[in-house]
Ligand binder design. Structure first.
Ligand code: ATP
Ligand code: MG
Length: 558
């Protein structure tokens, strides 16, 4: 993590000034990662090394790497949220997920906005499962969504509701639409329909008389038509500039057993028909939805107007996307299905389960998603912003341990036998302790360049001087005094451990098959006493969450 943060500022320094200088970046590094201050020598050495690397990067590589990071001068505060025409005590919002997958960070954004706004105005937020597509929906996903919201701390008012519990109502409203000459059953093929939409042309179905429409609708409900043979369409405006108004679908036939309603229904309402009706009858005052629905707003109001139903206010906000990943069930589902990730809780995914597994705290997610506020401006933030938020939360609380990646054994001549006591956190008195002799394991990469006679310190123990840096590394005891020399984390017993690091799942929109990196090493024994789920700080390495004890595995968080 230290090297990551140094690299981030070195890249920026090079970009801004043509040349990265260690002195110019350490201040920012320490501000973002206070731990770096404890070992300034290593921090400076690393900064020098990384600046050198960064200074020779070709410009396009520099830009590509920089795009992974975000640099905000201002700390991102939660933006002031406000609704228009909101009456204190009367605001009702709703979060309407479809139970067709596990919740993700986009749902966190939508639900936090719904929840925080309802709270702000002393109103309520409803939870409604928008479940009128039996093909994709499952009770497992209903539970996962509720569990995800609970984890985030998003509370809904009363019992959750289900759009599919209102099928008879939808049928009756559809009947009204037919009577009013506002709907018709269309038996054209999909190709014909889209062609006519493009040509803004009317088809023969649209012109049939009411009696014929009614009998066709009855056929849709009773089984006279197979799947795809007929749809109920809104009689909109084929000449409209807005394609959403060119006779959109209100009902389609889907012959699948519904997870909640069984097989009693064949014709299922579209989102365009069900959403405005549900919002209206459930008393929603402010219906928030992502900007891509904006074109459908006239349709939303047209349906309500025809049915003489109360009109909620529509409020749009930007759909959250994150660079190099995909935020949306429709994108995540195939990744899970095709085995490109290890399930919905894969730590590379932006699902709540994936983020949780990666040790991202709900509070960090909340600050991150609310930092965009209700703006409609689309942006594509990088993970970095969420991760630095998370680091800030973990730093004061996570217990410290040692993990030695790719270890090498060293022998200390003249080693004093003793009990090493190390604080679990700089601000706490509690310690972990080990009686140590003369054998230790330290990170191989750190030892590689150490020359004979050079001194380094075994962190929180004593100094050693390099005697022989061969296959078998020999060092000599070199006193206790804390100097500015490099300090290495160590373990005295080899306890094997694997750490998974989530990289970018996509690079330039292509799936990155090497995005899950598994690093092996030794970690200190005290971690065996931790519960799965605990997030620790491995000193000089990063925050990691204990994922499994057998085999011993952590997931790198940030
Ligand atoms: P699908 O891909 O199946 O459409 P989805 O990921 O868009 O799934 P939905 O169940 O359709 O999820 O969304 C539920 C609610 O969450 C909607 O109100 C939607 O606007 C909101 N939402 C979904 N994805 C995002 C996102 N990336 N950013 C913000 N809000 C989102
Ligand atoms: Mg959606």
């Amino acid at each position: 993590m230290l090297t990551d943060i140094i690299r981030k500022y070195a890249l920026k320094n090079r970009k801004d000034f043509g040349n990265a200088r260690p002195q110019s970046i350490v201040g920012k590094v320490v501000a973002e990662f206070p731990d770096a201050k404890k070992d300034m020598k290593t921090t400076m050495q690393e900064a020098a090394r990384i600046c050198e690397e960064v200074n020779v990067l070709p410009e396009p590589d520099l830009d590509a790497e920089l795009s992974k990071y975000s640099f905000e001068e201002k700390k991102h505060e939660e933006k002031e949220l406000a609704l228009q025409n909101a009456e204190q005590g009367k605001v009702v919002t709703r979060f309407p997920p479809e139970p067709s997958g596990y919740p993700h960070i986009g749902h966190a954004k939508a639900s936090f906005l719904d929840y925080e706004l309802a709270k702000k105005y002393g109103g309520k937020m409803l939870l409604r499962f928008d479940d009128t597509n039996p093909e994709k929906e499952k009770p497992e996903y209903v539970d996962a969504i509720k569990e995800g919201l609970e984890w985030l701390g998003v509370e809904w008012d009363g019992e959750e509701t289900y759009t599919s519990d209102n099928m008879e109502k939808f049928y009756s409203y559809a009947g009204k639409m037919l009577e009013m000459d506002k709907a018709y059953v269309c038996t054209c093929t999909t190709e014909q329909i889209s062609k006519n939409r493009e040509l803004q042309a009317e088809c023969e179905c649209r012109k049939l008389p009411l009696e014929e429409q009614k009998s066709r609708w009855k056929k849709m409900l009773d089984g006279g038509y197979g799947a795809g043979e007929a749809i109920l369409r809104y009689k909109g405006d084929l000449s409209s500039e807005n394609t959403a108004m060119r006779d959109p679908t209100l009902f389609r036939i889907i012959l699948f057993a519904h997870y909640r309603q069984g097989e009693q229904f064949r014709a299922w309402p579209s989102y365009d028909f069900a959403a405005p009706i549900m919002d209206s009858i459930e008393g929603v005052t402010h219906a928030l939805r992502t900007k891509e629905y904006e074109l459908r707003n006239p349709l939303y109001f047209a349906v309500l107007k025809d049915l003489k139903l109360r009109e909620p206010k529509l409020v749009e906000f930007a759909r959250l996307s994150i660079k190099n990943t995909k935020v949306g069930k429709r994108y995540i589902r195939p990744l899970v299905k095709e085995g490109k990730v290890e399930g919905w809780d894969d730590p590379r995914l932006p699902t709540l389960k994936g983020l949780k597994r990666r040790g991202i705290l709900p509070q960090a997610i909340k600050s991150f998603v609310l930092s965009f506020g209700l703006t409609k401006t689309e942006s594509e933030p990088v993970w970095d912003k969420l991760l630095s938020e998370n680091r800030k939360l973990l730093d004061p609380v996570a217990s410290h341990y040692f993990f030695v990646p790719n270890p090498i054994r060293i022998k200390v001549e003249g080693a004093p036998e003793r009990t090493a006591k190390m604080k679990i956190h700089p601000e706490k008195e509690e310690v972990r302790q080990y009686s140590v002799k003369d054998t230790f394991y330290v990170p191989r990469a750190e030892i590689e360049g150490v020359k004979e006679g050079e001194v380094f310190r075994l962190k929180e123990l004593y100094n050693v001087r390099m005697i022989e840096n061969m296959d078998e590394v020999k060092v000599g005891y070199a006193g206790e005094e804390i100097t500015k020399d490099k300090k290495l984390q160590w373990v005295s017993e080899p306890l094997e451990c694997e750490i998974w690091k989530a990289g970018d799942l996509f690079i330039n929109d292509g799936y990155n098959s090497k995005s899950l990196i598994k690093e092996r090493g030794y970690c200190e024994k005290a971690v065996l006493g931790l519960d799965v789920g605990t997030i620790v700080q491995f000193e000089r390495y990063g925050f990691c969450r204990l994922d499994s004890k057998e085999p011993l595995r952590f997931i790198y968080s940030c």
